[in-house]
Design a protein around this ligand. Sequence first.
Ligand code: GDP
Ligand code: MG
Length: 317
Amino acid sequence: MGLFDRWFSGDNKEALDKGLEKSKQGFFSKVAVAVAGKKTIDADVLDELEEVLISSDVGVHTTLKIIERLEARVKSNPYLGTDQLNSLLKEEISSLLITKNPASDSETVDGKLQVILVVGVNGVGKTTTIGKLAKRWSQEGKKVMLAAADTFRAAAVDQLEVWSDRANVPLVKLAANTDPAAVAYEAINRAVAAQVDVLLIDTAGRLHNKINLMNELSKIKRVLSKVVADAPHEVMLVIDGSTGQNAFEQAKQFSAATEVTSLAVTKLDGTAKGGVVLGISDQFNIPVRYIGVGEGIEDLQPFDAKRFIETFFEVKS
Ligand code: GDP
Ligand code: MG
């Protein structure tokens, strides 16, 4: 049994159920309205469904893809009933989501330092996600180190320090207002010396303009690669799943500024905007690796597309 499976056993299923509850309710009640009084899936139903998907924050690009696929199926079978709509949707959505998010069975590569640069705008949950990952991985017996490269606010360093204490992993910090790249450089050197398995680097979420952002991230990446040629191994963009369209905008800006290799979508608990998970991974071709379903240290789940779809379409008795 891989790390992946173990994380998903037990209480995590409940957290996922809870995390998707509002998105589910919102989505299926809208679908029900869209098909009310209709027997077959006709052009009107598809039009309404298009609205439902867009208003569920799936995004225009992905919505059109899903509608086109459904149109093709209806064309070859004009008598498809609206009672089959949910299962058709499930099939199309899961084929999209699973293609873009193939299951991976290992979280980190054993025996080799993995450097993960965590980026995203202020308030999305970067520091919290780092804390949760640190706890998970150190519990799994990995040697984890954190780097406080969000040096613009003293409070940001303090906040990461609180998480490093909770997770019981070391933190690398320098004086306030130090160049973030200097922190990254110091941290990777210490990580190498201490034979750390995973170094998680917290960054500032300023997004004044693309050039600044690009320059800052490039500089951090450059100093990292001076010490370990293929570092950073992952650039994880954290987005707040409850912000819907805004999250798409952030994914666009960050992937224009640097090569984002994975996503963590936070705050899925208590939002009806779970559709962003589907839209963003499809539109930007970036796999979702984690989802945040609460503020606690345990409230982070590796993203499993199959499981996500199953839970979403599961009918509660
Ligand atoms: P950062 O500015 O990107 O580092 O964001 P923080 O990690 O400081 O998080 C901002 C706020 O979002 C904090 O109050 C966190 O507790 C909260 N938060 C982060 N992840 C989640 C999540 O998955 N669910 C909920 N409900 N809150 C979260
Ligand atoms: Mg932070």
